[in-house]
Design a protein around this ligand. Sequence first.
Ligand code: PMP
Length: 421
Amino acid sequence: MSSPATAELLARRERALGASYRLFYEEPFAPVRGEGVWLYDKDNTPYLDAYNNVASIGHCHPAVVAAIAEQSAQLNTHTRYLHPSIVDYAEDLLSEFPEPLDNMTMTCTGSEANDLALRIARCHSGGTGIIVTRWAYHGVTSALAEVSPSLATGLPTASHVRLVDAPDSYRKTGDFVASVKAALQDMQAQGIKPAALLVDSIFSSDGVFSPANGELAAAAQCVRDAGGLYIADEVQPGFGRTGGQRWGFARDNVIPDLVTLGKPMGNGHPVAAVVGRSALFDQFGRQQRYFNTYGGNPVSCRAAHAVLRVLREEDLQTNARQVGDYLKQGLQELAERHPLIGDIRGEGLFIGVELVTDRHTQTPATACAAAIVNGLRRRQVLISATGPKANVLKIRPPLVFAKEHADLLLERLDQTLNDLG
Ligand code: PMP
């Protein structure tokens, strides 16, 4: 049961904030402090964070805290003044991308990055049509809400938007590439010129899928042939999370036209970007200016640069691969004892565990997933669930997650699964 103080805060929050705000867990969690992979409540009880991908290099990493404090004490302005922080960071970040991705624009959120990417794609193609997956999430602006069907069931699909099947490696119900081709044909039939295919490289909200068989490359080619761009939404899989590569798209050997970044980029500080070919930015920039008051400010750039350096110095991408593989192995062992586990997938430290009431019929075990998420929370381990039926456990911890943390997660998950009987 929550304490009287928590109950009071909850009541005040409900009074002061609108209905769109949702909390995790039946018993809301109120952390007051974070460090590495741990979040602490007011009684100093540690909770293992196996969910938060934003604090990618660990909660409250001292290098980021110092960079923010130092730059805030010196100067914080915007991109209308010449300052080395954005140039230093841009050069360094772009060195992490394959050619010809050699330009970038900074924003404050992943949504702003996706929104700008769509504007650039429309400018380049002269079209309006956008293709996204059936249960996609790409952000909060009006334009992105139209391409984020996972926001609510039953939302009407805008006339310029086409929804396609995610590459579901478990049910194998849809065919991603065929679906993209059909969407392009349908647009053509309706006189809609395609602007972009926008996909999350790890298909997070669709249920966590990581195709590596050329599907993304094939779909990207179809869209380019039709005059549109392929935009890789790397807001979730980017910055080494998938272990084998820095960016999710690299797994499929495809180079996007535009890449959008966010979440882990500032380890909690709001900073995001669009990366792409300079010709695209030039074409867009010649027609209209882009000024984002806070995007690319010196404090954000210093924070983001500190994150990038730590990512390299601590080789967190390798850690993501090694600990991710170890964790998946442990989950496979649990699956031998717990038939509820139908599928284990994902890459590096982005893991999806699909729960089913029956492995043969693959019926989604939605209620069990909620029970496990809440049961783990009571055992001081934080995860969540995703997918169209919310039956895929989403395990996506800070990249400083070590094998001992994986062991703890596995032990508590085993106990929670046993409790479900
Ligand atoms: N794209 C994806 C794949 C995301 O998961 C999110 C955030 N959940 C966004 C875009 C939007 O990012 P932000 O919340 O920073 O606007």
